[in-house]
Write a protein that binds this ligand. Sequence first.
Ligand SMILES: *Cc1c(COP(=O)(O)O)cnc(C)c1O
Ligand SMILES: [Zn+2]
Length: 396
Amino acid sequence: MVSSTSCYACGRQYGPEQKRCSCGEPVWFDVDVSRFEPPRNRSRGVWSYADVLPVEPRDDLGVASGGTPLFRASGLDEFAGCRVFLKDETQNPTGSFKDRGSAVAVGATIERGKPWIGTVSHGNMAMSTAAHAAAADLSCAVFVPDDVSDERLAAIDQYDPEIVRISGDYGRLYRETIAVDRSEIEFVNSDTPLRIEGQKTIAYEIVEDFDGDGPDAIVLPVSSGGQASAIWKALRELREAGVVETLPRLYLAQAAACDPIAAAYRAGADEVRAIDPGKTIAYSIANADPPSGTRALAAVRETGGAVVSVPDDEIQTAQAAFARCAGSCVEPASATALAGLARLSQRGAISVDEKIVVVATGSGFKELGSTAVDDGRMTDVSAVQLTIDAIVGADG
Ligand SMILES: *Cc1c(COP(=O)(O)O)cnc(C)c1O
Ligand SMILES: [Zn+2]
């Protein structure tokens, strides 16, 4: 059973409820993977990986979270400059990979006997945590920035959590909430150990799907650094379990207007510092003071990847490419990964024959407001045949 946590940076060990190390870095669970066997099927969602998770599986949540498809999106090869595979996290119950972490976090909070779960979020995690809490009848409090869109707020509100809109510094909000020491509530923010465990299952699935033959790299958008840390942790565990020998390179993408991790990478620094952010359409990844930024940077360095930043117009172009070349509807935050990948190929970091997984982190259906709309043709029902003729070019 998993009963301790440790710091990836300095190795100090702690109990299972610790969140940060005395050195300042986040901790994660120590998991024994020596007897890990890839599951025969994934019909139990995240619980298919129960052997390597710090919580007992449940029937009332988590079964629909995870177990998402990985598919070859050859329509994107030209745009991306390599062989593209999409890991489609938009298929999770609330449309993002956050559902994997939420399932594990809600399950563990109930096991710990706490009546409340809390989180700090730009929207997706609030929605996801609230949905999983609702499914398991746990009370939920979500703290969202005050500029969250009405569409997002409505999507969160349907699960009926206690919503708190916060003005002021988002990085400070993160720190204040994980420092809360009350037995009634468990805060499960972006990179806390329980969330990392759930979210690591994405990389278990990817590696398993390639069956020992790839991928060469995984590209994802990064904000807090939680998901990058989770993927890194999974890859290390899979190496320890003898499932992979060499780790795929991890490439992280940020929006140029808010790119603290990319800035540290460019500067050759080992530590990520808070920046003064600008505005970006990639709202879900606009974290100027990422709590796992330094850990994400370590993941990139150890795997031989890189961190890139891309301007909003390239993010928009990539979002359109997702839809037009792969039939996939993603939010701008997710499109940032594809925009970053195109840049990496252009500068020769990735070659045309490489197999690259792009994580489609979140669905675009929650917020189509910013997308340009083609109003279509107007026609009367009596002219339908003629219209079809015009569209398909028939001359009969
Ligand atoms: C949360 C989120 C991210 C960033 O994940 P982090 O773990 O905070 O780095 C990327 N894309 C989407 C759609 C998200 O919801
Ligand atoms: Zn430490």
